[in-house]
Design a protein around this ligand. Structure first.
Ligand code: NCD
Ligand code: ZN
Ligand code: ZN
Length: 399
């Protein structure tokens, strides 16, 4: 038996931070008030937040199909460096994840290559109802507007049929934003999509989840049905249209960046958000110059969120919950996202005082640019433990 103890930090247990030690035995949490004398290995974490290994419910790791943008190894390393031990990969690959065979193939590649846990959202098409049943995934993703790749619903009856076909208590994740460069049209489409999905879900008493809400009004609409959860991405909290001039073609993202006033509106409704999601969507500079939408997010998100805590804008407990336990709860993930006896020995140690600046050239992702490049932040991931093993310590991988 091998044991590892994390001592002297502020551990996030049962919804609050307290001075507790964590003991991991053979990859599993054995106690959360450990007598660390007995451990083979001890990690000291004074002044640090000891968090459950973080969970990102929305990443695009691009494998198979577009491994020139990202693959399970590089994307998985970006996740670990960003404090995430579990990520949920989206189905909009070049060959979308819409059959059980493709899902199995993706899972095999991820197991072989990724240093973190990778779970998968299955894609819904106009006609793959039988495949959804066969694959029996934990969640189903439906694209109601244009995204990277071809995956999207076209048949207006397909939405309702998926709502009826898929397990009522598992989330259907909705990409509901419009794709018009005209902001008014885009918002009109976005709101209409969400309103329609929310009322349909309520009528059918089924779980849904709104991906990347970018305005306060989306949160308001979503919260009309208790079975609807919502995620928000840090770039919609910290960037607005005012950044577009600086970012040029690198500014393109779905949903598009909103006005400064709407960004503030998102903050005002933020209480209603269930999850923080990076929507890590890596593209090469060449693809960005040619109009690709999406930002990398894995290696900046937790620091952006806790930097906002340091500035007094958010509460640490609120953030920690929405990057771990609440994400697990939203997607029905068992044994991860909480520091509790019997759960996976996945721990993220975060130093809230460490000051640093984003340098995208040092990223683990293949995407060596960031809309936050050069940004000064307070708080940084220090150590990431997965299954009781230290994988990442002070900017270095212990392979
Ligand atoms: C994502 C991508 O590139 O896969 N892009 C983005 O702008 N968010 C797709 C998506 O999340 O819709
Ligand atoms: Zn999307
Ligand atoms: Zn996405």
């Amino acid at each position: 038996m091998t044991t590892l103890a994390v001592r002297g930090g502020l551990a996030f247990i049962n919804g609050s931070f307290s001075q507790k030690d964590i003991l991991i035995e053979d990859g599993v949490i054995a106690s959360t008030s450990a007598d660390a004398q007995k451990a083979d290995e001890t990690v000291y974490a004074p002044g640090c937040l000891v968090l459950p290994g973080l969970i990102d419910p929305h990443v695009h790791l691009r494998e198979p199909g577009d491994t020139y943008k990202e693959d399970f190894r590089t994307g998985g390393r970006a996740a670990i460096a960003g404090g995430f031990t579990t990520v949920m990969d989206m189905p909009n690959n070049r060959l979308p994840t819409v059959t059980r065979e493709r899902l199995d193939e993706k899972a095999r590649l991820a197991r072989e290559k990724a240093p973190c846990n990778v779970l998968f959202h299955f894609g819904g098409t106009d006609s793959n109802f039988a495949e959804v049943r066969k694959a029996d995934p934990q969640s189903l993703k439906l694209y109601l507007g244009k995204t990277t790749g071809e995956l999207m619903l076209h048949d207006p009856t397909a939405l309702e049929r998926h709502f009826a076909n898929f397990h009522k208590d598992r989330p259907i994740v909705l990409h509901a934003c419009g794709d018009s460069p005209d902001e008014a049209k885009d918002l009109e489409r976005t709101y209409a999509n969400i309103e329609n999905c929310v009322s349909l879900a309520q009528k059918m008493q089924r779980r849904i989840h709104i991906a990347h809400a970018s305005t306060g009004h989306e949160l308001l609409l979503a919260k009309r049905w208790k079975g609807c959860t919502v995620e928000v991405a840090p770039h919609h909290l910290f960037l607005s249209k005012n950044d577009l001039e600086r970012l040029g073609p690198y500014g393109k993202v779905y949903p598009q960046l909103r006005s400064e006033q709407m960004r503030i509106g998102l903050w005002k409704m933020l209480e209603g958000a269930d999850c923080i999601a990076t929507d890590h969507a890596p593209h090469t500079p060449e693809d960005k110059e040619n109009g690709a939408a999406g930002y990398p997010g894995l290696e900046t998100s937790v620091a952006l969120m806790f930097d906002a805590c340091a500035k007094g804008l958010l509460d640490r407990i609120w953030v920690a919950e929405r990057m771990s336990g609440r994400v697990a709860g939203t997607f029905g993930l068992k044994g991860v996202g909480v520091l509790e006896k019997g759960c996976a020995g996945d721990v993220t140690i975060f130093d809230p005082k460490k000051e640093w600046s984003v340098d995208a050239s040092e990223f683990q992702t293949k995407c060596k640019w960031s809309p936050f490049d050069g940004k000064a932040l307070k708080g940084k991931v220090r150590t990431v433990i997965r299954g009781g093993k230290q994988l990442y310590v002070d900017n270095e991988f212990w392979d």
